[in-house]
Write a protein that binds this ligand. Structure first.
Ligand SMILES: Nc1ncnc2c1ncn2[C@@H]1O[C@H](COP(=O)(O)OP(=O)(O)O)[C@@H](O)[C@H]1O
Ligand SMILES: Cc1ncc(COP(=O)(O)OP(=O)(O)O)c(N)n1
Length: 266
């Protein structure tokens, strides 16, 4: 039996809630075989990030080559990419693969720790976005990229369209978790704008939501769903993962990757 497969290129979260760990747990829940290339190690828990150690670009490339020479990849997802040198190298590698690619432009952790260097942000549209099937910024990330304020659904729509038209991504999903009111995300796939709406769950335990959501979208693209179809599947998955998130640690607890499956099994 040959499974669908997904490759995450991202940072490690020692606390297991975000980064590579969240990505692999999510792939597993969707029964997609997960592979990982580590870009940075973070010493991290539910209270925040205590330190970061970047993997040298040459060794990230060695990991990518090891996969390329032996294993089939149906989809790529990227998360934390800190340095410009790394972003350039990864972008060049992804361009060669010609497969669906989900780019989560992780800039700062929820606790405020910078996970991407300033010069890397400025180069995302050159080295990574042109190869992305979809980019998945949250509101602060979209505001930084576009230098605009986003405070309404109309603004989110405009932002999603601008990200595709001005930055060359295939699609853009602007995530609305940081706005008051419902949890609304806006997708522009280059043709149509679509809204994905769920109730906002009152919880502090949202660590890793962005990583989990982007990985669920990637897993569904690996299964050959369309972009809008993949987001349609991933949205209830992230909602249930937040609804039943774990109250562990003394800070923001992590999402519950198996909640959606358990719900459906009942
Ligand atoms: N409290 C919440 N209840 C329900 N959905 C939420 C909540 N917070 C965020 N979401 C959803 O989780 C996903 C990740 O969103 P967001 O928090 O905006 O991104 P990030 O984790 O990258 O900051 C989006 O689908 C968003 O709508
Ligand atoms: C190693 C690592 N990668 C990414 C993040 C950011 O994760 P995200 O899912 O956006 O969630 P929070 O930072 O809001 O928990 C991270 N923290 N660590």
């Amino acid at each position: 039996m040959k499974p669908f497969t997904a490759l995450t290129i991202a940072g490690s979260d020692s606390g297991g809630g975000a980064g590579i760990q969240a990505d692999l747990k999510t792939f597993e829940e969707w029964e997609v075989y997960g592979m990982s290339v580590l870009t940075s190690l973070t010493a991290q828990n539910t209270t925040g990030v205590q330190g970061v150690h970047h993997v040298p670009a040459f060794f990230i490339e060695t990991q990518l080559t090891a996969i390329e020479e032996d294993l089939p990849v149906d989809v790529i997802k990227t998360g934390m990419i800190a340095t410009l040198e790394t972003a350039k190298m990864i972008g060049t590698w992804i361009a060669r693969q010609n497969i669906p690619y989900v780019c989560d432009p992780v800039m700062v952790s929820a606790s405020g720790y910078p996970l991407m260097e300033e010069e890397t942000r400025a180069a995302l549209s050159e080295y990574l976005f042109p190869y992305a099937t979809v980019i998945t910024p949250n509101i602060p990330e979209a505001e930084t990229l576009l230098e605009m304020e986003i405070s309404t659904e109309r603004d989110m729509e405009e932002a999603a369209q601008r990200l595709v038209k001005e930055f060359g991504a295939g699609g853009a999903l602007v995530k609305g978790g940081h706005l008051d009111g419902e949890a609304v995300d806006v997708l522009y796939d280059g043709e149509e704008v679509r809204m994905y709406r769920e109730d906002k769950i009152l919880t502090e335990n949202t660590h890793g939501t962005g990583c989990t959501y982007a990985s669920a979208i990637a897993a569904n693209l690996a299964m050959k769903r369309t972009l809008s179809g993949a987001v349609e599947q991933a949205k209830p998955f992230i909602t249930e993962a937040i609804r039943y998130s774990f109250d562990i640690g003394s800070g923001k607890g992590p999402t519950n990757h198996w909640a959606y499956r358990k719900e459906r099994e009942q």
